[in-house]
Design a protein around this ligand. Structure first.
Ligand SMILES: C[C@](O)(CO)[C@H](O)COP(=O)(O)OP(=O)(O)OC[C@H]1O[C@@H](n2ccc(N)nc2=O)[C@H](O)[C@@H]1O
Ligand SMILES: Nc1ncnc2c1ncn2[C@@H]1O[C@H](COP(=O)(O)OP(=O)(O)OP(=O)(O)O)[C@@H](O)[C@H]1O
Length: 322
């Protein structure tokens, strides 16, 4: 008798920006205590998991050459973790993972985390597992601090090492321009640089997130723009001084405000509306301060299955090469 092979499952998982990122002390486990307001953006990766006699990872799109295809890939670590969780040996998992990347690699937008979250959700469907969203959230936290948010999406307050999430009310859609840098930045190095800067001086701190949460509820981008802040920005700029010029260029191009996304080096610019974002993107691309400029909006859903009718042919989103 022939075994029934389940059809492949495709999951779209969003990128994130940190509208507010406050970094506290380093804990004994090496992580920093943080308080952050995440927003999930429409710039996303599509990840397909399929039953296969040739297990492994394929990657196409953004940063392809710099992403590991072996067990170091965060998406494959998600296969291994879920397989262990349900008692399937990894080498018998018989899974091929195909990643279509739009999210910049090591860009501070949680691209690897998005892929890992997509695999957790996609494999649960492919293997018809009885795991709750809550179980998936716990597994996600074991893969990385940003992975739980990639599953849940929307707008959320993250505490602890960023993995304890509470949804935040966000009215309307916000429009963003993203400036990708030539090379990525290592997240641990950026945290380390902040520790160094704090040991020798007093870099600015973002303070409370309360006013920003109020601005999100009002839905007014002008109010939100005044409150964007990231404690890691000084560290990212210290390691990559060209980001100063990029941040300035975005505002000169007409954005309301700009901020380094997470650990950088991607810079995110908030715009008044979608039309303004397209104009800012075009002007910023012309300024020659970054590799690529993209527009995106948020908040969007967390990782979700896009097979069947919900799976449009992927169309390349607006992209302007600098
Ligand atoms: C900068 C952010 O993207 C903001 O959301 C995250 O804090 C980073 O999340 P991530 O990339 O998922 O990070 P993880 O894979 O969990 O950790 C990578 C490394 O970043 C540093 N790290 C991360 C999170 C945290 N709260 N404190 C840290 O010090 C640690 O050196 C850690 O070894
Ligand atoms: N599926 C993956 N996609 C991207 N990078 C991956 C993946 N798996 C492993 N990596 C490695 O992980 C490192 C961090 O990549 P990632 O794109 O997740 O960074 P990031 O977006 O800056 O992370 P964060 O914003 O969560 O700190 C890269 O150096 C890359 O080689």
């Amino acid at each position: 008798m022939l075994a029934v092979v389940p059809p492949p499952v495709t999951v779209r998982a969003p990128s994130k920006i940190n509208l507010h990122l406050g970094i506290g002390d380093q804990r004994s486990d090496g992580y920093h205590e943080i308080s952050t307001v995440f927003q999930a953006l429409s710039l996303s990766d599509d990840v397909t998991v399929a039953a296969s006699e040739e297990p492994g990872v394929d990657v196409q799109g953004e940063g392809t050459g710099t992403i590991p295809r072996n067990s170091d890939n965060l998406a494959w670590r998600a296969v291994r973790l879920l397989a262990e969780h349900v008692g399937r040996p990894e080498d018998e998992s018989g899974v091929r993972v195909m990643i279509r990347k739009e999210i910049p690699v090591a860009g501070g937008m949680a691209g690897g985390s998005a892929d890992a979250a997509a695999v957790l959700l996609g494999l649960s469907a492919l293997w018809d597992l009885d795991v709750t969203r809550e179980d998936l959230g716990t597994l996600a936290g074991k893969l990385g601090s940003d992975v739980p948010f990639a599953l849940s999406g929307g707008t959320a307050l993250g505490t602890g090492r960023g993995d304890q999430l509470v949804p935040v009310l966000s009215r309307h859609t916000f429009h963003w321009v993203l400036a990708f840098d030539n090379r990525g930045l290592s997240t641990p190095k950026v945290y380390g640089e902040l520790d160094r800067l704090r040991a020798v001086g007093d870099p600015p701190r973002v303070g409370s997130y309360d006013p920003l949460v109020e601005a999100l509820a009002s839905g007014d981008p002008r109010q939100l723009a005044l409150l964007l802040g990231n404690d890691l920005q000084a560290a990212a700029v210290s390691l990559r001084s060209n980001l100063r010029r990029t941040l300035r260029a975005g505002v000169e191009a007409g954005a309301l405000a700009g901020v380094v996304s997470g650990s950088g080096p991607t810079c995110a610019f908030l715009c008044t509306d979608g039309d303004s974002a397209v104009e800012v993107a075009a002007q910023l691309a012309g300024a020659g301060v970054c590799r690529t400029v993209r527009v995106a909006h948020g908040p969007v859903h967390g990782a979700r299955i896009v097979d069947g009718e919900d799976s449009p042919e992927p169309t390349p989103p607006p992209q302007v090469h600098a």
